[in-house]
Design a protein around this ligand. Structure first.
Ligand code: FE
Length: 245
């Protein structure tokens, strides 16, 4: 006896779905299965007409607004959050604080969502987060093998390569190979730990503080921390110019 489809989607779940759709629409490469490498700035469009996904997202949005199921202002507010309030600069400030404040670092490793909220960063997609610490003998790498789960409050929306089939499969099968492609060559005695994010549990890498940054302020340190380092595909480098040696 077949059950009718459940159409009672709660508002939070619904908005999450729309946000995910918008994220897909904003990333035309997500419709391209071919691999272009892992450059973070790879965002050019390959086609003159919008992709199927973009068209479907727009059609869905129009229909939902027209039927009064979603308020366009609410949608705009959600997009504004994604564009301006969440992003890797938030994560960088969290990491810099952890580097300069051992008590904060301890709290971050014990209860990441609470420690991150201390700095004022919180939103959906980050209620359950775990920070994993890199060290001289351990390197952590984050992936979502199923789709693109990612810690939005601290990193914003995931880059295209994070969502690619190539990254999602190879991060598990050949993490050292993936890391080499990002220019991260690890010694054989460094253990690589791969963390598979899910909708329920997302990870943030606490990278190693680079040598030679002892005299830097928290703000200067935050400038060094990159999104890729917090995903674990790269290490943090000391700034080549400016700041302290
Ligand atoms: Fe996912």
């Amino acid at each position: 006896m077949a059950e009718p489809p459940d159409t009672s989607v709660d508002r939070r779940g619904f908005l999450r779905g729309v946000a995910a759709g918008a994220a897909g629409a904003a990333s035309p490469m997500s419709a391209h299965p071919h691999d272009h490498g892992h450059g973070p700035s790879h965002d050019h469009d390959h086609q003159d007409v919008p992709s199927d996904l973009t068209l479907r997202t727009k059609a869905l949005e129009s229909l939902l607004v027209e039927k009064g199921l979603v308020d366009r202002a609410a949608l705009d507010a959600l997009i504004d959050t994604m564009e301006h309030k969440v992003g890797p600069r938030n994560g960088a400030r969290v990491i810099a604080r952890a580097w300069v404040d051992p008590a904060y670092k301890k709290r971050l490793l014990e209860n990441a969502p609470a420690a991150i909220a201390e700095l004022g960063y919180s939103s959906g997609q980050g209620d359950h987060m775990v920070a994993v610490e890199n060290g001289p003998r351990v390197h952590n790498l984050i992936v979502c093998t199923l789709c693109s789960c990612y810690p939005w409050p601290v990193l914003g929306l995931p880059p295209v390569w994070y969502k690619s089939n190539a990254y999602r499969s190879r991060a598990v099968i050949d993490p050292r190979g993936i890391l080499r492609e990002f220019g991260t060559d690890l010694a054989e005695d460094v253990e690589v730990r791969v963390w598979d994010s899910t909708a329920e549990l997302r990870y943030l890498v606490l990278p190693e503080r680079p040598a030679g940054t002892e005299g830097m302020s928290e703000e200067q340190l935050a400038e060094l921390v990159t999104r890729d380092a917090m995903v674990g595909v790269r290490k943090v480098s000391p700034a080549p110019t400016g700041g302290n040696p």
